[in-house]
Design a protein around this ligand. Sequence first.
Ligand code: HXC
Length: 280
Amino acid sequence: MFLPDLLQGKRILITGGGTGLGRSMAARFLELGSEVAICGRREEVLQVAAAELAVKAPGRVSWRKLDIRDPEAVEAVIESLWRAGPLDALVNNAAGNILSRAEDLSHRAVDAVIGTVLHGTAYMTLACGKRWIGERRAGNVLSIVTTYAWTGSAYVVPSAMAKAGVLAMTQSLAVEWGPKNIRLNAIAPGPFPTEGAWQRLVPRKDMEQAWLKRIPLGRFGRHEELTDLAAYLLSDRSGYITGEVVTIDGGEWLKGAGQFSMAEVLSDEDWLALKPKGRK
Ligand code: HXC
């Protein structure tokens, strides 16, 4: 759907780019001509991912081992990437999440999730933003949030708290850094199956079936649907969009929010019985 040079010449850093949606985004951005750097906690995973991605894009993929919860490590990695050439865009994709009753969480569990999703995202964004501002360069930040960033969600409370914070960061900085030609947007995905998320968050098959029933379009998201949206938001063609969040969830959250969505249990007979008598 895009010209193959849509992202030509752009240097894009993707956190959590070795697996899942991060890796899918990396592959798509490379197809569209960009250079991509991926970072994550596990060296072996990054090495393999970078090598596989580089098959179709030789010389355009690099990787750095990084736990974004560590502000000094963030600074060192951003500095080393910048030395190779300034970044044009940052994708805050790395996340952590625990499906748990809140009363079962330790303070370390809370910190593991909020440290990654909220603090890590802030460290990365500030490290890039300071450099863009210092060099008077344009910048672009895309953060992956969730549809429960607005509503909260039971059983993933630290994640909901942190994603709400990332949403607030996106909207706040879009205004503060707009005059400096730095855009910030977010994508709020519904369910897009990935190994990491599914293993942790969908422990039983019947949960998956129940989930599908909540989605008006009747299916989970396909990675290419999200990666094309991300490519558009990182491209100059979306240059007037900032502070925006695009939901991509097959209608899931609206179905949950609408009071009468449960009327889907009514049969044709029930609906006919509701019609005024004498009307066809
Ligand atoms: C209760 C748990 C737990 C669980 C871990 N902990 N799992 N507590 N229930 N299921 C506790 C540990 O006991 C420990 O506390 C603390 O959390 C830290 O755990 P570690 O394993 O030491 O931490 P760490 O290696 O940093 O792991 C971080 C993590 C893990 C968040 C816990 O899940 C992770 O690495 N996740 C990354 C990938 C991921 O989550 N992807 C999904 C993102 S999707 P104590 O007190 O014992 O030391 C998403 C959006 C929603 O977020 C998508 C909708 C489809």
